[in-house]
Design a protein around this ligand. Structure first.
Ligand code: CTP
Length: 307
């Protein structure tokens, strides 16, 4: 059987943005894994990883990871962490994707080889640096609430802006992130932290109320308090500045993470001392103590933890 195959998603978006990447996404209208096996054989690649339940497969070819997915209608059932997957057409598959900038496809089929399919004006949105959902945002986010964080990640990573209606739904649906697995949430959060100017994503997380759901300790850093002439600066704003400064000189994700949490215990240690002003005595020690449980909760690596 000859399947229709398209290059899709982040790979097509990144070609247009001149961003290099080592992952290629293929959409197969038919069986993704069986097409992956046939192509691997033709390329003389021995190892193919198949995820039967998800109908996906991947293999490595010349430093490039090739990902294959069969076209599907997919819906994440309202209270489950796992998607329900059904076979679908190219059109079904495009409808269920997250953002218009990720819905572009390039045909690899004989009669239309090289043609760009752009059902939702994704090319225009890339040029306008705009993050929009292909369907009504409530539907797209309901299918997979992690997409709320993905919107913020793309804004932070690519320097794009988010359509106001998408932002509105992101705020309204922030609580829905509670059904998403911690691993996926942490993965997106770390991508935001790894972006060129992480404060862009961190502020979106905060302003939408998502931070309160996924990382309440960072949410609690915000808030300006005044007493007499003493203006206690907003620790969240200060933290954002420190992270951006570190990120301008280092890509080290743990250094960035250290910047994120360096004042994490300030809210608990805050005291007002008459004649002196605000004090955060002992916040470094308390901060260091609570980090292990935060790492455990976020499912971050705990190897070599010596505290
Ligand atoms: N996708 C989606 N909803 C998600 C995750 C992914 O619709 N929650 C779709 C998008 O079309 C996306 C493609 O699957 O482009 C591939 O997903 P992924 O590899 O996670 O993201 P990329 O867009 O490729 O970006 P990056 O590789 O930079 O994470």
């Amino acid at each position: 059987m000859r399947e229709d195959v398209y290059l899709i998603g982040g790979f097509v978006r990144d070609i247009i943005l001149y961003r290099t990447r080592n992952e290629m996404d293929f959409l197969v209208v038919g069986e993704g894994p069986s097409f992956a096996r046939k192509l691997a054989k033709a390329l003389n690649v021995k190892e193919v990883t198949i995820f039967k339940n998800f109908g996906t497969a991947h293999f490595i070819y010349k430093d490039m990871t090739l990902e294959f997915v069969g076209a599907r209608k997919e819906s994440y059932s309202r209270n489950s962490r796992n998607p329900k997957v059904e076979k679908g057409t190219l059109d079904d598959d495009l409808n269920r994707r997250d953002f218009t900038i990720n819905c572009l496809a390039i045909s690899l089929n004989k009669n239309t080889f090289g043609e760009l399919l752009d059902k939702f004006n994704g090319l225009e949105d890339i040029n306008e640096k705009l993050i929009r959902t292909p369907l009504e945002p409530g539907k797209t986010f309901d299918d997979d609430p992690l997409r709320i964080m993905r919107a913020f990640r793309f804004a932070s990573q690519l320097g794009f802006i988010i359509d106001p209606n998408v932002l509105k739904f992101a705020s309204e649906m922030a609580e829905r992130l509670k059904i998403v697995s911690q691993e996926r949430i942490t993965d997106e959060f770390m991508k935001i932290l790894g972006s060129p100017k992480p404060s862009v994503g961190l502020k979106l997380l905060f302003e939408s109320g998502v931070m309160k759901v996924i990382f309440p300790e960072i949410h609690n850093l915000a808030g300006v308090e005044q007493r007499k002439d003493y203006h206690h600066k907003d620790v969240f704003q200060h933290t954002c500045i420190v992270i951006d400064n570190i990120s301008a000189v280092s890509d080290n994700i743990w250094l960035r993470f250290a910047a994120l949490v360096h004042d994490i215990a300030k809210p608990q240690t805050k005291r007002f001392i008459e004649g002196t002003g605000w004090s955060f005595h002992g916040h470094e020690d308390l901060g260091a103590k609570i980090m292990k449980s935060i790492f455990e909760r976020l499912k971050l690596p705990l190897t070599n933890w010596n505290i």
